[in-house]
Design a protein around this ligand. Sequence first.
Ligand SMILES: [Zn+2]
Length: 123
Amino acid sequence: MKRVEKDYIKKMADLLKAGATMLSISCPVDKVPLFKLKTGEVICPICGTRFYIVKDEAEHAAATVSIALESLERTVISKITQLDGTLRALNADTVSKDMLESLKLWLEILEKIRGLRKSSFGK
Ligand SMILES: [Zn+2]
């Protein structure tokens, strides 16, 4: 058995004894499972690197939401532009209530999206 492997097994045993849990995520360098300590820290038992799994996932999730909201905003704006074109071609007295209702809803959705994007949720 290589020295590194021996050290790893010893460290792993020590970590487990100390109440750490083995994660399904591996260290990209050593290809061994990471451990989550009781303190919440995530470390590699071989190189000792600290990982910020939860933070990364949260950031990843936030980024995904942000991208989705951005895309939604573009879609909503394109619908409003379409409606604007239709409205412009019509006389005021031929504009249907449905169209106005639709425009109002699109604007409400746009407002909501912009509100979410401004909040921490969309960042
Ligand atoms: Zn490592």
